[in-house]
Design a protein around this ligand. Sequence first.
Ligand code: IPE
Ligand code: IPE
Ligand code: MG
Length: 250
Amino acid sequence: MVFDTDSVVRTHFATQSISGGLHVAIIMDGNGRWAEARGLPRSAGHVAGAETVERIVAAAAALPIERLTLFALSADNWNRPAGEIDAILELMRVWLTSKTEECVANHVRLSVIGRRDRLPSPLVAAIEHAECATADQSKLHVRLAVDYSARDAIVRAARRFNVQAALDGARDGFERTLAVTCHANDLPRDVDLLVRTGGEQRLSDFLLWECAYAELFFSPRSWPDFTAADLEAALVEFRGRNRRFGGLSA
Ligand code: IPE
Ligand code: IPE
Ligand code: MG
């Protein structure tokens, strides 16, 4: 992983007044269609997609992004053939195992949100190792959403919240519970920019709570073809948006 800063981008963002880094979330979609268009098995698309993850993490580290949440496997993806899911889970295990050291060297913290009880134990071990080894890194926090469903996270948090007697203040308390139930170990942080690749324009049960005021960016490009320049273009467009949060323009 090369953490190289493109000078054009650096100059562009250096001129912006950035207070704190952004939370960018990406629905990494289009791997299967990318492979099918090339006469390859869908699993080849996931392999190519894993390479894009590496490129985009490196690009994000050179941009004013503090948190990057990547949708890697949804809870509904269990509806796919077992062979495809097994290949994705194994790819994640290998990716986490092989990238952990580089992440430490580049000050990237890795964590995983979503359910773990349905994941193979070698993958859970790789997740725990990656989280533990990178826990002190603070340049960029990369979160992989694996077996993740936003509705499920909210429902489980609500159930847990209800049975807790100490309901000190509705929203803060609920967000803390949400953090615990989806294994994030961090308070939910609003997404600033949500990117979806692959041409679809939907949320597919990703970060519904955190995307309340996210700016949406849809790219027609498949995830394996998504580049650092595409991410930079999304950020440039984001900077041009007028975020009002229910109020009026400044
Ligand atoms: C996204 O790519 C990766 C996962 C959902 C795991 P897809 O596999 O959904 O690719 P398409 O949408 O079928 O092209
Ligand atoms: C969403 O993509 C999940 C991930 C990218 C991991 P899907 O391909 O599963 O979503 P739908 O089925 O098109 O909504
Ligand atoms: Mg898809």
